[in-house]
Write a new protein. Structure first.
Length: 341
């Protein structure tokens, strides 16, 4: 089963990441990288805290008690939130479920790890911007320059369609339909596609932006939003662009925006504004591409909480006013760092 100088843990990590996930489950690259990162952090803990060389670790050395201590270390030393801690545990549980099917001798160790519980976490309301804040952001780009017009078109489209940042950076010119009923085709999680309507002003902006690109037929399938190197914008690139304009807004309106504005906040903002406008929650689910209504209901709950908070604040104000591949030559950590690149 094992090659010389390998351990059973290293062997199965390699098999899991290099074969099982991509070839048998069809996991996408982002999923693979998330699993790789969790195992890398576990190995970091074992090496730095437990003084266990990563290339000598065996399955028998890892049990539920060790995993629980690792998770506690994440929260105390690495300052992980409960949700991030639970995410790491979910990855480890998935790996040990795979491992217990590989050989009966691993059953006891795997059951010990699978017995580690998730911590309860209160549902965090989505962070979103007011309509005034979104308008201020979209007023910042100087439409007289090509790059700024790209920024304006991209940010407007993100808000208008409630698209995930991954969907926006993957958007191609051929995914844009500028007919009597303008729409774009977004490719979301699990390669699922959905058609999302585009408002008239956004459609005009898109048409002008695409015209400035002067695309050939073969370029219609290239990413629509690109950087100076004519490469697809990355998630970090979009975050940088949004943050740049957010900083400019704060200089003019110090209290209009929170300290940090993320691309996903535009998606949350669109959903909340739809709820506040009385749009049916089922339509919002389909609009956002949620697989379950439960994921969408968080916006309706948040809107109810805001209304109650507003009523409470109004009451307090009145009261106050009346008063006043792993091998022999490559270590496991090195292999994990290269995996997925």
């Amino acid at each position: 089963m094992n090659t010389p100088n390998t351990t059973d843990f290293g062997y199965y990590v390699t098999k899991y990441l290099a074969d099982y996930l991509p070839n048998q489950t069809g996991a996408r690259k982002n999923t693979l990288l998330a699993y790789r990162d969790t195992i890398s952090v576990l190995l970091e803990y074992l090496e730095k805290v437990r003084r266990m060389p990563s290339d000598k670790i065996t399955v028998a050395q890892i049990d539920g008690k060790l995993v629980a201590e690792f998770l506690q270390w994440l929260q105390t030393s690495r300052k992980y939130s409960v949700s991030s801690r639970n995410h790491r545990l979910a990855v480890l549980r998935a790996f040990f479920k795979f491992l217990q099917d590989q050989d009966p001798k691993y059953l006891s160790a795997c059951q010990s790890v699978l017995g580690v519980k998730f911590k309860k976490t209160g549902a965090k309301p989505p962070e979103f911007l007011t309509k005034e804040a979104v308008a201020a952001l979209l007023d910042e780009p100087d439409v007289g320059t090509p790059d700024h017009y790209r920024d304006l078109t991209m940010l407007t489209l993100m808000y208008d369609t409630g698209a995930r940042v991954s969907e926006i950076v993957a958007l191609r010119a051929c995914d844009v339909k500028l007919n009597d009923f303008p729409s774009i085709t977004l490719t979301g999680k699990g390669d699922k596609t959905r058609n999302v309507p585009v408002m008239a002003r956004t459609a005009e902006m898109l048409e002008r932006y695409i015209a400035t690109l002067g695309l050939n037929d073969w370029q219609l399938r290239e990413p629509l939003f690109r950087n100076h190197m004519q490469q697809k914008l990355t998630r970090n690139g979009v975050t940088y662009i949004l943050s740049k304009y957010a900083d400019q807004v704060r200089k003019k309106h110090p209290i209009l925006l929170p300290d940090k504005v993320s691309p996903h906040m535009l998606r949350h903002s669109k959903a909340m504004h739809m709820v506040q406008s009385g749009v049916n929650i089922i339509y919002i689910r389909d609009f956002l591409g949620h697989s379950s209504i439960k994921a969408t209901e968080i916006y309706a709950r948040a809107d109810g909480e805001m209304k109650r908070a507003a009523i409470a604040r109004a009451g307090n104000e009145k009261i106050i006013s009346r008063r006043q591949s792993w091998n022999n030559d490559v270590g496991l950590m090195a292999w994990l760092k290269a995996c997925g690149k």
